[in-house]
Design a binder for this molecule. Structure first.
Ligand code: ZN
Length: 147
């Protein structure tokens, strides 16, 4: 468990310092903004769909290391997946960070976020980007709030 905790800290630090896919997408199929008032995290997620496949996904925003790292790793995890696979991944991720169970095979690298389940106030930081991605896929125009 302590190995996983070290890896978690390393991964969060790496992705929050150098977030991947950190830009807007021109002519996106959908985008949405999300806020976590509890922590002050803000995220804007863009998706470009090719039929039912997430061809490209990106984000920008400001927030704590966990919110940024989670958004960064999310973009890497869902690129190339179908909408249904993306939803299944979100469900598995949410179960993981709330301590409801894990599915290492499905989660892959996202499994390091198991560390979040020890800090309930961080669950919203970790899941903000996912909620916002879901809204972007659904074409929502109203901002998402975790509150
Ligand atoms: Zn946060």
């Amino acid at each position: 468990m302590s190995d996983l905790r070290d890896l978690y800290q390393e991964v969060v630090l790496d992705h929050s310092k150098a977030p991947r896919n950190f830009h807007a997408i021109e002519n996106a199929s959908g985008d949405a903004q999300g806020f976590n008032p509890l922590c002050g995290d803000q995220v804007h997620v863009w998706v470009a769909l090719d039929g039912d496949t997430v061809k490209d996904v990106s984000f920008t925003g400001n927030g704590c290391a966990i919110s940024k790292a989670s958004a960064s790793m999310m973009t890497q995890a869902v690129k190339g997946r179908s909408k249904a696979e993306t939803e299944a991944l979100f469900t598995a991720f949410h179960r993981l960070v709330t301590g409801a169970g894990d599915d290492p095979e499905l989660l892959g690298k996202l499994a390091v976020f198991a560390g979040v389940s020890e800090f309930p106030v961080r669950v919203k930081c970790a899941s903000l980007a996912w909620h916002t991605l879901k809204a972007a896929l659904e074409g929502a125009k109203a901002p998402v709030s975790t509150e």
